[in-house]
Write a protein that binds this ligand. Structure first.
Ligand code: G3P
Length: 496
């Protein structure tokens, strides 16, 4: 019986696979971390071949753990780190260079030149995004200009581009399908948000040959089939979405005004704004949220925080403060507050609402009495402060007041962080019972396309809260802390 959905969740730090049943419960999970490469300051690269190998391995491991075979899977879903750029050879299927990761800042100068030429308004108007090295366009352009022979080969049709979803689809179908879903396409700076199609004027600006681009498909539709070699059966690939949009879907953010925050490597707040791609007036971006078959797309406002959970990783791996990420909470709890320490983790610049690629990390407020515990606590608080800035911007943009924040992702398990998030925003933070919302959202999209679930109402009924964190901080204290945070951010800005 095809009673399960297999979701591939290809994130920035790890490749994961999960199997879900009809109640949206996790049946099995497998995960592998893979190498991060930092060849120059501000550069971040992945090996796309390793991404494929680890993703295939965890998918197979997950099936084994669940004692299932490919024939038991009704549909396959893909969700992925967004913007990360892969170029590969159409014939050999080999990447032509390391993938340039979303966090990579190497194209900052090029972005500044485009701004100086006055392209910001045009690009923002069409794409809903900002001119920023975060998005794929200048990364593709960089590869075409710096990998020997790449531009000529691209012009001859020998090279293909894809974000990670397209790369996995192409690998899974053994090159028979070159496609990306609308949520991923909407992160490239090349897609017109209203038409949902690649835009010739944008392709000209970024000097990108149209022939390298994948076809844009809905997030929920049977797009193709995984080759039987991988899982022993031709499983339909039926749901594809960028990880943050998938998480919003998994959090049942189907109604305008619903907001989620995913605490992963980065932190990403998305608010459903309905069927009209409204522009932000407070430096957020507008993005496609999902598109089911041929129905009109839904859109979201997004605030992207580049470093959230990654700050805990950094304290673990580079500073040796803790052995395991989860040890950060007891360490931070061992002091009553951060002791006046503020930690702005602008390792890769600052995203929304500052958009400063030249910001760099800073620790301020240190005294002779500062301990590792204070710094750990300041790091957790930084995750919440950054999200609070975005939520405040979102509230200015929103047509309805923000009533609650749905929280998921790895760091949502941290009670100290969740309580501080509620305190510093003044909004209840709700942690759902199922926090694997990214993979689950993609699974829902796939399941809808094959009739595994009938409609979004059925999915909405499956969403349940685990715990609600009510704000408990006085308005004075909140105001003081936010003001200090703003001062600390001021020190980190334009540092590079
Ligand atoms: O836009 C980047 C985002 O998709 C990465 O998500 O979960 O890998 O931090 P994550």
């Amino acid at each position: 019986m095809n009673d399960y959905i297999l979701a591939l969740d290809q994130g920035t730090s790890s490749s994961r696979a999960l199997i879900f049943d009809r109640r949206g419960e996790t049946v099995a999970l497998a995960q592998r971390e893979f190498a991060q490469h930092y060849p120059n300051p501000g550069w971040v690269e992945h090996d796309a071949a390793e991404i494929w190998d680890t993703e295939l391995a965890v998918a197979r491991e997950c099936l084994e753990k669940a004692h299932l075979a490919g024939k038991d899977i009704a549909a396959l879903a893909i969700t992925n780190q967004r913007e990360t750029t892969v170029l590969w050879d159409r014939v050999t299927g080999e990447p032509i260079a390391p993938a340039i990761v979303w966090q990579d800042r190497r194209t900052t100068k090029r972005v500044e030149a485009l701004e100086a030429e006055g392209f910001e308004a045009l690009v923002a108007g069409k794409t809903g995004l900002r001119l920023d090295p975060y998005f794929s366009a200048t990364k593709i352009e960089w590869m075409l200009d710096h990998v020997p022979g790449a531009r000529e080969r691209a012009q001859k049709g020998e090279i293909l581009f894809g974000t990670i979803d397209a790369w996995l689809i192409w690998k899974l179908t053994k090159g028979s399908l070159h496609a990306t879903d609308i949520t991923n396409a909407s992160r490239t700076l090349l897609c017109d948000l209203r038409s949902g199609q690649w835009d010739d004027e944008l392709l000209d600006i970024f000097r990108i040959p149209a022939g390298i681009l994948p076809e844009i498909i809905p997030s929920s539709r049977v797009a193709g089939y995984a080759d039987p070699e991988w899982f022993g059966a031709a499983i339909p690939i039926a749901g594809v979405a960028g990880d943050q949009q998938a998480a919003a879907f998994g959090e049942a953010c189907f109604h305008p005004g619903t907001v989620k925050n995913t605490y992963g490597t980065g932190g990403f707040l998305l608010m459903n704004i309905g069927k009209e791609p409204r522009a932000s007036v407070s430096r957020l971006i507008t993005t496609a949220a999902y598109r089911i078959e041929d129905a009109p797309a839904s859109y979201a406002l997004e605030g992207s925080v580049f470093v959230a959970g990654a700050v805990v990783q950094w304290l673990r791996d580079e500073m040796g403060f803790v052995k395991r990420a989860k040890d950060i909470e007891p360490l931070a709890r061992s002091v009553k507050d951060a002791g006046g320490v503020y930690f702005v983790p602008a390792f890769t610049g600052l995203g929304a609402p500052h958009w400063d690629p030249d910001a760099r990390g800073c620790l301020i407020g240190l005294t002779r009495g500062t301990t590792r515990a204070h710094i750990a606590r300041a790091a957790l608080e930084a995750i919440a402060f950054q999200s609070a800035e975005v939520l405040e911007a979102m509230a200015r943009d929103a047509l309805h007041p923000v009533r609650e924040l749905r929280a998921d992702g790895g760091a949502a398990a941290n009670d100290l962080l969740m309580q501080f998030q509620a305190d510093i925003t003044g909004v209840p933070v709700i942690r759902p019972a199922q926090t694997e919302t990214t993979a689950l959202g993609a699974a829902y999209l796939a399941g809808l396309a094959v009739g595994f679930w009938q409609n979004v109402e059925e999915i909405e009924a499956l969403w349940r809260a685990d715990r609600v964190f009510e704000p408990a901080m006085s308005a004075d204290q909140r105001g003081f802390l936010l003001n200090q945070w703003t001062r600390a951010v001021g020190r980190a800005r334009k540092w590079n």
